[in-house]
Ligand binder design. Structure first.
Ligand code: SAM
Length: 228
């Protein structure tokens, strides 16, 4: 199902086309040609806006692909930021460094070819933003790892939280794997919503992006919350 009426989506994309830059268009063409799931223009602009709104400098991405989401974060942090990218696929690192280098946005980039969780554990300190876009069965663990390492006033942002509508029961024809991931995403949404240290909302652009703002230190050192 379309999350957003296609006519509204087209309207928003027309407005968003003010940012047409050659490298950005190349990255978007690669996604289209190869069916690679980038976060897309509207959500990319949302990432930049959110990062700018909190003066984000230190960002950790779980699941970076060839650097499309990092393109938008880098525009916000500037060259003196610190953006950790992660992906298990070495070719994605090469592509990302090429694209971001040619766009003049590689200043803050530190690319880890590794499991997002291993790289996260190995990288110390708190973050202004932890952004998650890995395989969806990893979402509960991503949240449990990230929630204690987002600074107060910082954000956990995660893509695909509406999962083509499959989080809402009965909206899509049955599909074993997609439905299984839909249930995991739904549980993750509900767990985030209940967390007393965060205020959150799913923005229904493209496939749904959750924005969870850390408002308090409460629960910081608490045991991870278990799913029921
Ligand atoms: C949806 S794509 C990322 C798109 C990127 N955030 C963007 O908007 O351009 C997901 C990427 O995460 C990688 N990935 C999936 N699970 C991962 C994990 N557990 N650790 C590291 N990378 C992972 C995949 O190889 C894939 O390139």
């Amino acid at each position: 199902m379309d999350i957003l009426d296609p006519r509204i989506n087209t309207y928003l994309e027309e407005l968003a086309s003010v940012d047409d830059e050659p490298v950005l268009l190349e990255m978007e063409k690669r996604a289209k040609d190869n069916g690679f799931p980038i976060i897309g223009r509207l959500c990319g602009q949302l990432l930049e806006l959110l990062a700018r709104s909190i003066g984000a400098k230190r960002i950790f991405e779980m699941g970076s692909g060839y650097g499309y989401s990092a393109y938008w974060f880098s525009r916000a942090t500037g060259p003196d930021g610190e953006i950790h990218l992660t992906d298990t696929e070495p070719d994605n690192e090469k592509l990302a460094l090429d694209y971001l280098g040619r766009a003049g946005l590689d200043g803050p980039i530190d690319y880890h070819v590794a499991s997002a969780f291993e790289a996260f554990d190995a990288t110390g300190g708190d973050f202004d933003i932890v952004y998650c876009d890995i395989d969806k069965d990893g979402y509960p663990e991503a949240w449990e790892k990230a929630r204690g390492r987002v600074r107060v006033g910082g954000m956990f942002i995660c893509d695909n939280m509406l999962w083509s509508g499959r989080v809402a029961r009965g909206t899509e024809p049955p599909n074993e794997q997609r439905d299984a991931w839909g249930k995991i995403i739904d549980q993750t949404n509900r767990t985030i919503k209940k967390d007393p240290a965060f205020r959150s909302l799913i923005v229904p652009l493209r496939d749904g992006v959750i924005v969870a703002l850390r408002t308090t230190k409460a629960g910081r050192d608490a045991e991870p919350r278990l799913f029921t």
